[in-house]
Write a protein that binds this ligand. Structure first.
Ligand code: SER
Length: 320
């Protein structure tokens, strides 16, 4: 019998980079297949199986799953909020067609478990902004948010109608050091660390008082894997789970960075991403995830900031 394998679609992105590494640590290098639309460096390909694949190409994706006895799929390929505003049709196509490729496969193969990420972008200006509940008014006004809300509805539909074991998290803004984020509104909270170490100054594209929900990547990866490994009967929410981590404004983050780099300065020049941020919640209530599958975040602002700065210094070989 061939070993059961895990597939990560969109493996070279911000989440995929960390997730593949952690899944390979848990399941073994050869049991986690990474795929991306872009070819990857030889050093990455030497570590474990990698295939180039477009998530909207059903025939190729289905073939990879069948030939490798894949039983878990993490579908991460997507266009994020800022890019999606500039390419609405391309974002809809990638974010939705990729999901249908997998939902339709799992409909015929109920033993394959699917993970699909949603986002705080599903919420809009009519949603309560603070401690946003799991169930609330959901009227997104961004291209990205609309695609994530539609995706959530389809996940729930395929679960109840076709028995698909699909699981999802509404990620807050994710802060990480391994791969750069691409095209998100929350990316300032990653960029700021690079610039702090490289230039000791940063020009922020959001206003200093813009509070957004955020999470450190190690927590997000742990949440993702814990959710996928939870017994199916515990997963009563089949659209997507709220997940809270830390909530802060750029000004609060700057103060935290200054505790380590007292001369660090930040200026503010809000651009079109401010309008996106203004439609999103400031903080999230994740009590349903806590109750149903035992979720608890670990990283607070201080620990996250300290760890990010350590890794940035390593990356840029700064010794002081
Ligand atoms: N971090 C994402 C973005 O800013 C939200 O899911 O687009």
């Amino acid at each position: 019998m061939q070993k059961e394998r895990t597939l990560v679609l969109g493996s070279a992105g911000q989440i995929g980079t960390d997730l593949v590494e952690e899944l390979r640590r848990i399941y073994g290098d050869s049991n986690v297949i990474a795929t991306d639309i872009k070819d990857q460096p030889e050093a990455f390909k030497a570590k474990g199986p990698f295939m180039m694949a477009d998530v909207t190409d059903a025939a190729t994706i289905h073939k990879i799953i069948q030939e490798n006895n894949v039983k878990q799929v993490y579908l991460l390929a997507a266009l994020l909020s800022a890019v999606a505003e500039n390419k609405p049709k391309a974002a809809w196509k990638l974010n939705m067609e990729g999901l249908f490729v997998m939902l339709d496969y799992c409909k015929e193969n109920n033993d394959v478990k699917l993970y699909w990420p949603s986002s705080i972008a599903v919420f809009g200006t009519t949603t309560p902004r603070h401690n946003t509940p799991q169930k609330t008014i959901i009227e997104p006004s961004t291209v990205y948010g609309i695609s994530k809300l539609a995706g959530e509805r389809w996940c729930e539909y395929y679960h109840y109608k076709h028995g698909v074991d699909v699981r999802s998290i509404r990620y807050p803004g994710l802060i990480s050091y391994k791969a750069d984020p691409g095209g998100g509104t929350t990316d300032y909270a990653v960029n700021i660390f690079h610039e702090a170490i490289l230039k000791n100054t940063y020009e922020c594209f959001l206003r200093e008082d813009t509070a957004l929900p955020m999470m450190y990547m190690p927590d997000a990866i742990r949440a993702t894997i814990e959710l996928m490994n939870a017994p199916a009967e515990k997963i009563k929410t089949r659209n997507s789970y709220n997940l809270a981590g830390i909530s802060f404004t750029p000004a609060i983050l700057v103060d935290e960075i200054k505790k380590h780099l007292p001369d660090f300065t930040c200026t503010y020049k809000p651009d079109s991403r401010q309008q996106i941020a203004d439609t999103w919640p400031a903080s999230i209530d994740d009590s349903v995830a806590q109750k149903e599958w035992g979720w608890k975040h670990r990283y607070e602002l201080a620990a996250m900031t300290e760890d990010m700065l350590i890794h940035m210094k390593e990356k840029y070989k700064v010794t002081t």
